[in-house]
Design a protein around this ligand. Structure first.
Ligand code: ADP
Ligand code: ADP
Length: 233
């Protein structure tokens, strides 16, 4: 099954002489339970593609199907609801709420999605998979960068979304903490069956994925299965 599919996606920002074609007809499938890295030079359209796949940005033409739902044609309210229920986000800067404990940060998306009654065993599995069991009562300022990003990953996974989108998740971490976060993210794919799509410019980070797709000038150029760091570089 496909967690998310882009078909011939074109994205143009602005109009007339000032318009920029960020995506020039991208078709791509992301299978459920897989970990894909999107790589490419700065300006190649990685963020734009991720935003279109996540329903954060409207495509100019083409189609995006997320968990069986066509996003083209949905209104803002429907898209917001769909993101809350079915998409998880991990950012470069963690974006945890500083006054809440790790536990409260992790469960926030359930409250927002109105799913307080959700299966607690899933929550426990997410917390255990990310190695956060003994960190739940700490606030972000009491956690290392790597631990904060693992909390952010748990927050992204807690609703059991169709896809987790991670935008440069190791960009603010030293390489040891980054490697740790990626290893835990990988476990969420292989042990919990989650689907992760990660944008990165770091070949080392991409080597944790099981597929790397390369963009250039807003178009797909190449892909690689089971990347090793030597082959991605
Ligand atoms: P990447 O993530 O690979 O660096 P982006 O998706 O951010 O690439 O950008 C792709 C192209 O689209 C670039 O030329 C960029 O300048 C342009 N672009 C991105 N976002 C906007 C925007 N909001 N308005 C106008 N141009 C944009
Ligand atoms: P709300 O009104 O609840 O803030 P939004 O539509 O702004 O809802 O956001 C819904 C989801 O999309 C949230 O999980 C949020 O973290 C994510 N999100 C919002 N804006 C961005 C963005 N620019 N880039 C990545 N994720 C975003």
């Amino acid at each position: 099954t496909r967690a998310v599919t882009a078909h011939d996606v074109v994205k143009v920002y602005g109009d007339g002489d000032a318009s920029v074609a960020a995506l020039n007809g991208v078709s791509m499938e992301f299978a459920s339970g897989t970990f894909t890295a999107i790589m490419g030079p700065s300006g190649s359209g990685k963020s734009t593609l991720m935003h279109c796949l996540a329903g954060l940005d409207e495509v100019t033409s083409g189609s995006v199907v997320l968990g069986g739902t066509e996003l083209v044609g949905l209104g803002d309210k429907q898209l917001t609801l769909l993101r809350r229920q079915r998409v998880g986000f991990v950012f470069q800067t963690f974006n945890l709420l500083p006054t809440l404990t790790a536990r409260q940060n992790i469960t926030l998306p359930l409250d927002i999605a109105g799913r307080r009654d959700t299966d607690p065993s899933w929550r426990d599995r997410v917390v255990d998979t990310l190695g956060l069991r003994d960190r739940l009562d700490h606030r972000p300022s009491e956690l290392s960068g790597g631990q904060q990003q693992r909390v952010a990953c748990a927050r992204a996974l807690v609703t059991s979304p169709d896809v987790v989108f991670a935008d440069e998740p190791t960009g603010n971490l030293d390489s040891a903490s980054g490697a740790e976060v990626l290893a835990f993210l990988r476990m969420s794919v292989y042990e919990l069956g989650q689907t992760v799509v990660m944008v990165t410019h770091d070949a080392g980070a991409a080597s944790y994925a099981d597929r790397v797709v390369f963009l250039r000038d807003g178009a797909f150029v190449d892909e690689m299965a089971d990347p090793s760091i030597e082959r991605v570089l």
